[in-house]
Design a protein. Sequence first.
Length: 441
Amino acid sequence: MQIPVLFIFILGLGSVPSLLAQVQPQQNPSDNASVQQVQVSSGSLEGLEDLSTLQQSEADRELLKEIQIIRLSPGIIKKPEGLLRFQVSAFSPILAVKVNGYAQMVSPGTDFMEYEVPYQLLPGDNQFEVFVQTRDAEYRQIILLTYEPPQSIKPRAPLPVDLIIILGETYSDNMLLVPEGSTKKTASKNDLLLSLSYHLNFSEVQKGSMKGLLKIERQKDRSLASQEILFRQFSLEYQDRDLWGFSLSSGLGQNVISSKSSARSVKSGEFIKSSESLFLFGSGEKKFGKNSSFHMKMQLEMQNKVATDSEDGTLTQFYLDGKTSFFGIRLTGGLQNTSSAFKDPVSNYQTSVYDLGIQYPWASWIFGFQFRTSDQKYKELDPGSQIIPNHKQDLISLQSKYSFSKNMIGNLTLNQTQKASNDASKAYQESQVVVQLILIY
């Protein structure tokens, strides 16, 4: 029984090469080589690829996704405001679309939508999460927009120089300041003021300054040329804007006053120095909040008159003023006290000045009102009049300024001055109209 079975088994093995030989002639050489390679390398099914390990390419998978989100806006943005543009498509109806959690409108039954969503970007990368839901799937995708602000041109540091130019014309109904009952001289004059200062910063709060000021007058009526004045001032100043909560300043300078009081100077048009003085000062300012502050200043001036020695000596001046604003109205007020100590005691006096101002800005206009009163008392009996002079002067001003630009301002001022005195020759009244063009650089 065992012998026939063994015979059949051997016979079956011998028939396999014969079947293969019948089949092989029908194959092409390349297929035959492949089969032979497989047989030689493995001799079993282990050499065949497992079909479960085959993968689609990335592009193929992207095309077969249920939901597609495509950004239409550029990735790099030059302006912070704009519209995020994108489109959504799907193989089934779109049920919901959200951008950063905010739902967008969806047409019922549609499988394709385009959107424009307003945005406000910050510099750098800005992310928008787009969520799409369909009947069969949900999908989230981040859209990245990069805002690159245009490189701003760094402004050039301003020159450490301040320049103020004031061109003015003054009309007066009493140019010679004669008392009531005398013949008044109506005239007008032009004046020019130049103020130039150079700053040197030592730190953020400390700086030094060199300042120069020049003021010159010219009478239109040349018969009044002797009334013309030339004023010059030069000063050095040091300022600390944050010392114990105060802004403190100190400095020294020189004043020179020239006039055309002599016949020679009037004819030649030259100014002759009439007085000069040296001064020292110190001041402090304290701010309260954003709208209020007060300012205090002490100054000692040493005066030298050219024509006479009677008024050579010192002047001591004290200033105290403040300002505040509310409901758009600006209030200013202050007082000033001046005391003299001259060689001639008869020339010594003390003057107290009080002033109050109100300003109201409206668009490019500033309207103002100012009242100023002074009381000057001499300390000794005047030998000529046999009285101790006492003068009181009041000034009322109505002002209107218009700003053409940040560098150009127009000014119109009406002044009414009244001076009373126990010396009738010193009392007078004057009305003025002042027109000015102010240039600031």
